[in-house]
Design a protein around this ligand. Structure first.
Ligand code: FES
Ligand code: FES
Length: 162
């Protein structure tokens, strides 16, 4: 009979976390319930809404579609770590300035996905921004202000006049 619990070591926002986890525990549940990092949200739980978005070894993933045991030895960055490091301060400020959030449920995932796009550099078109964020559902804003905010940050980072 295979083991149900597994010892894993994960770097979460740069801090080592050692835990014994149930094989079926998802990464987002591990982050929220074991690591106490509730910025990653749980919405659809089947890879559609993007609320659970986090980074694993630098790549944006769905936290509900990965198991915690798959992250043994990996570096996981959550919205808490990315925000605390200052990496997305300009993006957070742009979201606030342009009312790009209402309930905020989608916002952590939206910010991480937007940062992924912005990290590629240049100034993406509004269509490219919409396409990139199409995997992150927002039920409140209608997306216009979100696209405005991401576009404004892209221009600012590229040194292009708004
Ligand atoms: S909760 Fe993971 S994509 Fe919706
Ligand atoms: S701000 Fe409410 S779901 Fe996006």
């Amino acid at each position: 009979m295979s083991e149900r619990f597994h010892d894993i070591t994960v770097s979460v926002n740069g801090e080592e976390v050692r835990e014994s986890v149930d094989a079926r525990t998802t990464l987002v549940d591990f982050l929220r319930e074991t690591a106490g990092l509730t910025g990653s949200h749980v919405g659809c739980e089947h890879g559609v809404c993007g609320a659970c978005t986090v980074r694993v070894d630098g790549a944006v993933v769905r936290g509900c579609l990965m198991l915690a045991v798959q992250c043994d030895g990996a570096r996981v960055d959550t919205i808490e770590g990315v925000a605390d490091s200052g990496e997305i301060t300009d993006l957070q400020q742009a979201f606030v300035a342009r009312n790009a959030l209402q309930c905020g449920f989608c916002t952590p995932g939206m910010l991480l996905s937007a940062q992924e796009l912005l990290t590629a550099g240049g100034v993406p078109s509004r269509e490219a921004i919409r396409a990139h964020l199409s995997g992150n559902y927002c039920r409140c804003t209608g997306y216009q202000a979100i696209v405005d905010a991401v576009e404004a940050v892209a221009k600012a980072r590229a040194g292009v006049a708004p």
